[in-house]
Design a protein around this ligand. Structure first.
Ligand SMILES: C[S@@+](CC[C@H](N)C(=O)[O-])C[C@H]1O[C@@H](n2cnc3c(N)ncnc32)[C@H](O)[C@@H]1O
Ligand SMILES: [Zn+2]
Length: 383
C-alpha cells in the first residue's frame, strides 16, 4: 500500500485476522490446500517501536492503543493501526471503508477507526448474521460478525433494498406497501406498490457458505459472494476501484469483477494469488489478464524529485532536526550525518523529503535497509 498513490481507491473492504488466537489452514485436497495464516499475537520489540512511532505522529491513536488490556491485544492493534493509516491515505475523499471483524476486537477497532478515519465519518456498525448450530455453554450462541463502515460527506452510496420479512408481508396482506415521505416526514397514508422492497437495514441475514456450496474453495475464513456483492454495489459505481488488502481467496475481487468494477487484491500468502487466478478462470470463465506483482509499486503522484542525497535535502533536514541524528538523538556536524530513507525504498519508501531523515553513520549502519521501527527497537535494547 505504501507504493500506491494517495486518494486512488473508491472502496476498501478488509477482512484481516481477527485476533482469534487460532491458526488457520485449508483442508488437504481442497482447491485452497497449502493456504495458512497465523492469528496469534505476542508483543515484540518491533511492535513497541511501532507504538512509539505512533505516539510521535498520531497522539490520538496512541491513546487508543493504551486502552488495550493485554500485550497480545496491543500487538494486534499496532499491526492494524499502521495498515489502516496507509488505507486512509490511499482512499479517495468520496471513498468508503468496511472493516470486517468480530466481537472479539470490534470495540477496540472502532476506537482505532474513529482515530484514523474520524468519528464523524462513522456510518454503520453492520451485523452480518448467520446460522451456525454450535453449542455455547452458559451464554448465547455467537452468530454474527461485525463490519465497521466509515465514509465522508461526499461518499458514493447507492441504496440497497431487501425483501420484507414474512411478518411484514402478512401484515400487508399479500400487497406490498411503501411508506410515503414528504419533506422527510412520514405521511399517514401509505401507497401500494407491487415492486416496493424495504431499505436495507444494518443487520444482514446472509448464510455462511455451506460445505457443498459451489463457490466454496476450502479457503479458511472464505466469505460469501453475496456479502461482498452488497457492499460493492452500495459503496462504489461501475468502473470504480475496489481494494481488498487481505484478499484471501479473492471473494471481493470476484464480486468486483462481476459488478464491472476494477479491483486490487493483496495477500501475504502466495496461495491467495493462485486462487485469484483460478477463481477468475473457473467462476467467471475469464481469460485472466490481470497483473500479479510481487514487487513494491512506486508512487507516481509526488512529482519529479531531486536525488535523495542532494545537498539541498541535507541542508533542509539539518535545520529541521536541529543537527541531531534522528535515531540516537545525538548532536553531530552536518558532514557526519547521512541522508536516509525512513521507509526503505525496497518497501515502497520514496525519495520525497517527507520520507527522508539524517542519521549518524552508526545508526545508518544498524538500520541498513530496514524500517525505523527496527532501528528504534535496536536502540532500545542497547539502552
Ligand atoms: C480472514 S482471511 C480473508 C478471507 C477473504 N475475505 C476471503 O473471502 O477469502 C485473512 C487473510 O489475510 C491474509 N494475511 C494475514 N496477514 C497478512 C498481512 N500482513 N498482509 C496481507 N495479508 C495478510 C491471510 O493470508 C488471509 O488470506
Ligand atoms: Zn545516531
Amino acid at each position: 500500500m505504501r507504493g500506491m498513490n494517495s486518494a486512488c481507491v473508491d472502496l476498501i473492504y478488509l477482512d484481516p485476522p481477527f485476533n482469534s488466537k487460532a491458526n488457520y489452514a485449508a483442508p488437504i485436497g481442497s482447491k485452497a490446500a497449502g493456504a495458512a495464516f497465523k492469528d496469534t499475537w505476542t508483543l515484540t520489540d518491533l511492535d513497541v517501536a511501532w507504538i512509539n512511532l505512533i505516539e510521535a505522529k498520531h497522539p490520538a491513536l496512541y491513546r487508543v492503543l493504551l486502552a488495550a488490556m493485554t500485550d497480545s491485544d496491543k500487538s494486534y492493534l499496532a499491526y492494524m493501526a499502521v495498515r489502516l493509516i496507509e488505507m486512509r491515505r490511499i482512499l479517495k475523499p468520496t471513498g468508503s471503508v468496511y472493516l470486517h471483524c468480530d466481537p472479539t476486537m470490534s470495540h477496540y477497532l472502532k476506537l482505532v477507526m474513529d482515530a484514523i478515519f474520524g468519528r464523524r465519518n462513522f456510518r454503520n456498525e453492520i451485523a452480518w448474521c448467520y446460522r451456525k448450530w454450535s453449542v455455547a455453554a452458559g451464554q448465547f450462541v455467537r452468530n454474527h460478525d461485525v463490519m465497521l463502515f466509515y465514509a465522508g460527506d461526499e461518499r458514493t452510496f447507492n441504496p440497497q433494498f431487501v425483501e420484507p420479512s414474512a411478518g411484514t408481508r402478512k401484515r400487508w396482506k399479500g400487497q406490498r406497501q411503501q411508506a410515503v415521505f414528504v419533506d422527510g416526514v412520514r405521511q399517514a397514508r401509505a401507497s401500494y406498490d407491487s415492486k416496493a422492497r424495504s431499505p436495507c437495514p444494518d443487520w444482514w441475514e446472509i448464510s455462511v457458505l455451506n460445505p457443498n456450496a459451489k463457490e466454496r474453495v476450502g479457503y479458511p475464513t472464505q466469505k460469501p459472494l453475496a456479502l461482498l456483492d452488497r457492499i460493492i454495489r452500495a459503496s462504489s459505481d461501475e468502473g470504480g476501484i475496489v481494494l481488498d488488502p487481505f484478499c484471501g481467496c479473492a471473494t471481493a475481487c470476484i464480486a468486483a469483477e462481476q459488478n464491472q468494477r476494477q479491483w486490487l487484491g493483496i495477500d501475504v500468502s502466495p496461495k491467495a494469488a493462485e486462487l485469484v487466478q483460478s477463481r477468475m478462470r473457473d467462476e467467471l470463465g475469464l481469460f485472466y489478464q490481470g497483473a500479479h506483482r510481487t514487487d513494491i509499486p512506486q508512487r507516481t503522484d509526488i512529482g519529479k524529485l531531486i536525488p535523495y542525497n542532494d545537498a539541498k535535502n541535507k541542508r533542509k533536514l539539518y535545520g529541521e532536526q536541529s543537527g541531531c541524528c534522528a535515531g540516537c538523538g545525538e548532536l553531530f556536524r552536518a558532514n557526519n550525518l547521512e541522508v536516509d530513507h525512513i521507509v526503505p525504498r525496497a518497501k515502497g519508501g520514496t525519495d520525497h523529503l517527507s520520507n527522508l531523515q539524517l542519521l549518524c553513520g552508526h545508526c545508518n549502519r544498524v538500520k541498513g535497509n530496514r524500517g525505523m521501527e527496527y532501528l528504534k527497537s535496536k536502540l532500545q535494547i542497547a539502552a
